[in-house]
Design a protein around this ligand. Structure first.
Ligand code: AMP
Ligand code: GLY
Length: 422
């Protein structure tokens, strides 16, 4: 009998996780809660339980004989879903509430890095406006202003001049744009270099790194427009040399996992390090306590081992095995609703997307209309992923598919992967 696994979340990331679990062989049944109707096209079950309803998720696991759960998004992790599952005698893969602070509070992450000499931008934390403004004026630009708590990737202002930084502080402290997330602000030095994402499976004391990837956070081509949750990704990132990845593993991932264990908040789950390759070596921009979105949709297709077997080994205190197809180049593009990320216009019709066996469509913000047809129901709608021998080939292939689609009411970037092709 195979395992039964509940994936919690509803985005393209959770679709990619569920799809990878299905591919592995040791899983008999995958349900995603709440999931979305696009996932059903892959034979993935969904259950209309909201990710914030811990009691209903626990009941689902017990009533249906599920073996363990995978928690996709940050909010339930930070809200202590893994703790509640443990209290109910259930297994869930992800950090508990204490360890999820590494994402939930930028101040927590910064202090941890400072105590353990983990390379990151210099910073200061403020909880009132005047000293924050004084710091910015004294320090000068470029400078980066970050709301302390969760703000769905939108709480960060990279200010190229002092007035922009001051306006961001006004937004946080006077207009309370991020509510509680902005009760504290972290101001940090601007780091220059290429960004990359290094995710690892972690069991509390040891870790297994995945291939690196690169996200595209700005809404429009050539990195113009507002920051989003991410508009596309690819893997590997050839302009980041392996020596830099190795350095990041030794100077960032290893000491962070060690520090969390030593300080009594051991981290189990996926540790996402958002890094910048600076002239002085890799430095941390942010930690996330979960898989990245859209990075997961280009990284998990490279996994050649059984994802469920690896995770259940970790949950059982055994040594997992994760193997990757390192020759495979993967690249994918987000289709987003018009107006994303600020004024999302929902309701675009979702076309049927013809893909070959080396490609996949991962659905995010989709719902069924009264005729049972898929329509866009939020900002990021779906992700088209493909693999090919080179980044250029993968780019050509994915855009040949997307450019031919009727995409009225949606938009996408036309240059995913461009930094690898310069
Ligand atoms: P975050 O939400 O922390 O990932 O930040 C969003 C984006 O802001 C990052 O992907 C970077 O492009 C940029 N960013 C954040 N911190 C810095 C920094 N210290 N220096 C330069 N850019 C940054
Ligand atoms: N792609 C960035 C994130 O998941 O936070």
């Amino acid at each position: 009998m195979g395992q039964k696994v509940l994936v919690i979340g509803s985005g393209a990331r959770e679709h990619a996780i569920a799809h990878a679990l299905q591919r592995g062989g040791s899983v008999e049944e995958v349900t995603v809660a709440p999931g979305n109707p696009g996932m059903e096209l892959d034979g993935i079950r969904t259950s209309h339980i909201d990710e914030s309803n811990h009691a209903a998720l626990i009941d689902f696991m017990k009533d249906n004989g599920y073996d363990w759960a995978f928690v996709g998004p940050e909010v339930p992790l930070i809200d202590g879903l893994v703790d509640d599952f443990a209290a109910a005698g259930l297994k869930a893969f992800g950090p508990n509430k204490a360890a999820a602070q590494i994402e939930g509070s930028k101040d927590f992450a910064k202090q941890l890095m400072e105590r353990h000499g983990i390379p990151t931008a210099k910073y200061a934390t403020f909880d009132t406006l005047e000293p924050a403004v004084a710091y910015v004026r004294e320090h000068g630009a470029p400078i980066v202003v970050k709301a302390d708590g969760l703000a769905a990737g939108k709480g960060v202002t990279v200010a190229m001049d002092v007035e922009t930084a001051v306006a961001a502080l006004d937004d946080i402290f006077i207009d309370h744009r991020f509510g509680n997330a902005g009760a504290k602000v972290v101001i940090e030095d601007f780091l220059e270099g290429q960004e990359f994402s290094l995710m690892s499976f972690v069991n509390g004391t040891e870790f297994w790194p995945m291939p690196i990837s690169q996200d595209h956070k700005r809404a429009y081509d050539d990195d113009k427009g507002p920051n989003t949750g991410g508009m596309g990704a690819y893997s590997p990132v050839p302009q980041i040399p392996q020596t830099v990845v190795d350095e990041a593993i030794e100077t960032i991932v290893r000491p962070t996992v060690q520090a969390m264990a030593d300080e009594g908040t051991p981290f189990t789950g996926i540790l996402y390090a958002g890094l910048i390759a600076t002239a002085e070596g890799p430095k941390v921009i942010e930690f996330n306590a979960r898989f990245g979105d859209p990075e997961t949709e280009v990284v998990l297709p490279k996994l050649t081992s059984d994802l469920a077997a690896g995770i259940s080994a970790i949950l059982d205190g055994e040594t997992p095995e994760f193997t990757w197809d390192d020759d495979r180049v993967t690249l994918g593009v987000v289709l987003a609703s018009d107006g994303y990320p600020t004024n999302v216009v929902k309701g675009a019709k979702i076309p049927t997307i013809p893909v070959d066996e080396d490609s996949h469509v991962y659905y995010a913000g989709v719902a069924k209309d009264e005729n049972g047809e898929l329509v866009a129901s939020s900002g990021r709608v779906l992700f088209v992923e493909t693999s090919a021998p080179t980044i250029k080939d993968a780019q050509d292939k994915v855009y040949a598919v997307i450019d031919a689609l009727p995409t009225e009411g949606m938009f996408y970037r036309h240059d995913i992967g461009f930094k690898a092709l310069k």
